[in-house]
Design a protein. Structure first.
Length: 128
């Protein structure tokens, strides 16, 4: 799995990376959401994980921006939050959400599922 994480809290990035990664996974991250799109284009992950609450820009706003970039708009996005997530999260181009209090197994299953969808989307994009 190739996963890109955007969270303003480096500690949480470290925790999620440790919890979900296996030796075959490649996980990159940033604490600066304003640099995320450029880094996502360069890394080209299978799945993107975005924190909902960040300074200056929300996770939903970043997701909307990602979905407006042709090179990466097909990559699944999972929103994470310690609190309430908008019920209409799909309208922002977000595919799923995970509460930070979810079990590691639930988080892994969601990331694996959407990583596989992301891999399929990449192949379809290549065929076009």
């Amino acid at each position: 799995m190739k996963c890109f994480i955007v969270d303003d809290n480096q500690l949480y990035i470290d925790i999620i990376t440790h919890a979900i990664s296996t030796p075959n996974d490649i996980i990159k991250s940033t604490t600066n959401p304003h640099e995320a799109i450029e880094q996502i284009i360069e890394f080209y992950p299978d799945v993107i994980v975005i924190d909902f609450v960040m300074p200056d820009i929300s996770g939903t706003q970043l997701a909307e921006r990602i979905k407006n970039v042709d090179q990466i708009k097909h990559i699944p996005i999972i929103l994470i939050s310690a609190g309430d997530i908008p019920r209409d999260f799909n309208r922002y181009g977000i595919d799923d959400y995970i509460e930070k209090s979810e079990s590691v197994e639930t988080m892994k299953k969601s990331l694996e599922l959407f990583s596989n969808i992301g891999k399929i989307n990449k192949h379809v994009k290549k065929m076009r």
